[in-house]
Design a protein around this ligand. Structure first.
Ligand code: SAM
Length: 193
């Protein structure tokens, strides 16, 4: 069976993230990806999770409490465009995941936006370790989603192919803008001026 975008993002995370890794969930929501990451990094690893909705942070904190793994996560009630400021200078990330768009069942006006998403991607990509992955599940059915999709695609298509491999994965014969996955693998470190 061909995997859906979200399922495939987990398959790639499973192949990439190692015990002890530091990783980021850039859009925590109800904490599904966050908790999945916890199972991959184990007790010696750590997850930084970001969301602009207090409710999302509270729901996810409760999930981690119930699972007995709260010490594995730092949940930040702040936008992912600030995520890089929470990392130690020498910290290299095993993975970063984004589920763009709005949280199903909550306020649809609170959605990820082109500019802050691009700032976040641009500041976190250099922090990936070689072999690390940045994953973006892109939803474009809503108004801001179309603009965000175009901005993100324009950005990732210009990444230096010597430094990053960029994959687009999604179904091209489905109606109603199905989500697709962008996977960016760091191939080598690049000098930033
Ligand atoms: N992966 C989540 C889960 O397992 O439930 C779903 C994420 S949902 C599609 C997108 C989330 O991004 C929402 O919870 C929303 O509040 C959050 N969000 C919107 N703008 C954000 C920003 N600038 N930084 C971080 N999170 C943001």
């Amino acid at each position: 069976m061909l995997e859906r975008a979200i399922t495939y993002s987990h398959t790639l995370l499973r192949q990439t993230v190692k015990t002890g890794d530091i990783v980021i969930d850039a859009t925590v929501g109800k904490g599904n990806d966050t908790l999945f990451l916890a199972s991959l990094v184990g007790q010696t690893g750590h997850i930084h999770g970001f969301d602009v909705q207090e409710e999302a942070i509270a729901i996810t904190k409760e999930k981690f409490l119930q699972a007995g793994v709260l010490e594995q996560v730092s949940l930040h009630h702040i936008g992912h465009e600030q995520a890089h400021t929470f990392l130690e200078p020498d910290c290299e990330l095993g993975a970063v995941i984004y589920n763009l768009g709005y949280l199903p069942g909550s306020d649809k006006r609170i959605t990820t936006m082109r500019e802050s998403t691009l700032t976040s991607i641009d500041t976190l990509l250099p922090r990936l370790r070689v072999g690390g992955l940045m994953l973006l599940v892109v939803y474009s059915g809503h108004m801001q989603g179309k603009d965000e999709k175009e901005g993100v695609l324009d950005y990732v298509m210009t990444l230096d192919q010597n430094a990053y491999s960029v994959l687009q994965y999604g179904f091209i014969n489905q109606k109603n803008n199905p989500p697709f996955l962008l996977a960016i693998e760091k191939r080598k470190h690049v000098q930033t001026s």
